[in-house]
Structures are given as C-alpha cells and as structure tokens.
Design a protein around this ligand. Structure first.
Ligand SMILES: NC(=O)c1ccc[n+]([C@@H]2O[C@H](COP(=O)([O-])OP(=O)(O)OC[C@H]3O[C@@H](n4cnc5c(N)ncnc54)[C@H](O)[C@@H]3O)[C@@H](O)[C@H]2O)c1
Length: 251
C-alpha cells in the first residue's frame, strides 16, 4: 500500500528533540527518507538508530554558514537528491527590551532567521533539480502576535513568516512551495525561558487556562501532521502560508 511520503527525500533541522523529533517519526511512518541535522549528536544519532535505515543523522551548527552549506550538500548526496527542506532548529530567549542583551538578540536572529535564509539558499538548487519541492519553515504563533517579554523571539519568528511569504512568490514558477508552521504553546523544554519570564510553571498554567480556548498546550505529535501534509503531494496548491496551530488563541 502506498504511503503519503513514499519517495520523498527530506532534510529536517533541529530534529534531535521536541517537535522535530515527533515530525521525523511521522515522516518515517509515511515512507520518507530523512536526514536529520542537529547540533545534539547523542540525541540525533539515537533517533536515527531507533528508526532504522531510512533515517540518518548529520551534526551541524546553524550558527555557521559553512556548516549549513555542508549539511545541505551532504544530505542531498546521501538521499540522492532533495524534495523537502524542513527548517525547524530554533532558540528562545525572553526578557524585557530594556534589559535584553544584544548578544542574545544576535544569537536569536542568527539561528532563527539567518540560518533559514542560508538553508533555503543552499537547498534551492537541489529542489529545482528535483523538478520542484517544498520548503517548510518553523515560525510560531509568537511571530503573528507579540507578547510582553518576548520581543526578540517574536521579531525572529515574524521575520520567518515574511521571509516565507516572499520566498514562496520568488519560487512559485520553479514549483517550489514555501510555507511556515506557527504553533502556539507546545509542551517541550524549549519554553523554559518563557516560563521563567512568566514566573514559573504555575503561572504558565494559569496563563494557558485563560489565554488558550482549548485550555492546554499541544504535544509535539499534534504539530507533526501539518509537516507531513506540507511535505506531501496533498498540498501541491498551497504556498506562501503561515499556518497557525495554537488551540484557538489567534483569531
Ligand atoms: N515549543 C513550543 O512551544 C514552540 C512553539 C512554536 C514554535 N516552536 C519552534 O519549534 C522549533 C522546535 O522547538 P521545540 O519546542 O521542539 O524545541 P527543541 O529545543 O526540542 O528543538 C530545537 C532544536 O534546535 C536545535 N538547535 C538549536 N540551536 C542549534 C544550532 N545552533 N545548530 C543546530 N541545531 C540547533 C536543538 O539542538 C534542538 O534539537 C523551534 O524553531 C521553535 O522556535 C516551538
């Protein structure tokens, strides 16, 4: 029986843990060949070992242009080409602007924005050589609506949303679709800085109960299916979108 991602060759970054890890599992269940790029060697290699020959792991550092360029070319060589690029690696810092370190601002922009530009830049020739493809950028509901103490992170994810929109129009004629996914609160350790900024776990729970109509966070497995859809040929008329999955907060 055919699967939704049979014959898809996918590079996904930042997938050693969290939402990316759940997404790799979903990709493999649908028949894809996957290369994971991450800086966390132990977790990334363990995931590849667990999932078998259709998954391999490559270490890379999203802060370094040469590392991104090598990741893309090594992944395309391993997979025999590239159909899908998922840019998911990200970092988060929180804090009020008046006391926010410029080094943290620069690091957020380097990992969350600059690396996505570079990943796309080096992947586009491979996607074009495949006759088209799909770029999926991890943004955030925070990139659509700002909240206090999250200015830098919101700015980085807002940049991803508009980068996605512009690039989609640039690449439409090449049959390369570009979309972004914008989750709200998802239960991963990633949110530790935001939780600290709010005043701890109980404060976060109170906020979520009042802010989120569904009254809870997502689990990574509730975000992964959107990546499967955007990677698959079910979404061939979908481009330039930033899809929000946030339990009803936005709108
Ligand atoms: N958890 C949430 O509530 C939430 C909500 C919206 C968007 N997101 C976004 O989802 C993505 C994944 O987050 P997550 O919650 O799964 O957290 P996570 O910490 O599990 O995943 C982030 C991954 O990025 C990798 N990474 C960080 N810096 C890197 C670097 N310099 N080079 C290579 N890899 C690097 C980490 O090793 C990690 O595997 C992020 O882009 C995040 O902004 C998360």
């Amino acid at each position: 029986m055919s699967k939704r991602l049979d014959s898809k060759r996918i590079l996904i970054t930042g997938a050693a843990t969290g939402i990316g890890r759940a997404t790799v599992r979903a990709f493999v269940a649908e028949g894809a060949q996957v290369v994971i790029g991450d800086m966390k060697v132990q977790e990334g290699q363990a995931l590849a070992d667990e999932l078998g020959p259709s998954v391999s792991f490559l270490q890379f550092d999203a802060a370094q242009e040469s590392s991104i360029r090598n990741l893309v070319s090594d992944a395309a060589a391993r997979l025999g080409g590239l159909d899908v690029l998922v840019q998911n690696a990200g970092v988060q810092y929180s804090g009020k602007v008046e006391v926010f370190d410029v080094e943290k601002w620069d690091h957020l922009m380097t990992i969350n924005v600059r690396a996505y530009f570079l990943g796309a830049k080096y992947a586009i020739p491979h996607l074009r050589a495949s006759g088209g493809g799909s770029i999926i950028n991890m943004a955030s509901a925070a990139g659509k609506r700002g909240s206090p103490g999250m200015s830098a992170y919101a700015a980085s994810k807002g940049a991803v949303v508009l980068f996605t929109s512009a690039l989609a129009r640039e690449l439409a004629a090449d049959k390369i679709r570009v979309n972004a996914v914008c989750p709200g609160w998802v239960d991963t350790p990633f949110n530790a800085p935001a939780i600290a900024n709010l005043g701890g776990l109980e404060a976060q729970e109170r906020l979520i109960k009042t802010l989120v109509p569904m009254g809870r966070q997502a689990v990574p497995e509730e975000i992964a299916p959107m990546f499967v859809y955007l990677a698959s040929d079910e979404s061939t008329f979908m481009t330039a979108q930033a899809v929000v999955i946030d339990g009803g907060v936005t709108n």
